[in-house]
Design a protein around this ligand. Sequence first.
Ligand code: FES
Ligand code: FES
Length: 161
Amino acid sequence: MKKTSISFILNGDNVTAEVPATWTLLKTLREIFELTGAKEGCGVGECGACTVIVDGDAVNACIYPVLEIEGRQVATIEGLADKDGNLDALQTAFLENNGVQCGFCTSGMIMSAKSLLNEKSRPSEDEIRTAIAGNICRCTGYVQIVESIDMAANKNEKMRT
Ligand code: FES
Ligand code: FES
């Protein structure tokens, strides 16, 4: 199969890959870069399990054509912890607040929440629920997830003050 060379920034690093033009960003992340945090649930842009951040916006990587990623900045769950391995406040909050059960939705939930908190450091509950409206969780009932995001926002705010 004919391949095309693409270059972009992945979790802060300049990367290049040879990919079939028909591939999605999700397939590229999982199969070339072996970043398997983003999951394929529905594969058609409905469940949010594949959510990553592109140029600051949460996107469904399963329907994002990989050729459109040229020159853009991509952030995945694997890039959230700092260089010393310290987890992001969202990751810690999900762990401490039982925001994770089977974990299949978790990467996507956290990346949607990360995009929100990057835009608005102290969102309301409605804003949190709107930000994760495209992320389906079959386990938790969402309450612990919303509380986890709120907890992370609160912790970030305390660290700033
Ligand atoms: S796998 Fe991408 S939205 Fe469901
Ligand atoms: S924790 Fe299982 S789908 Fe959300």
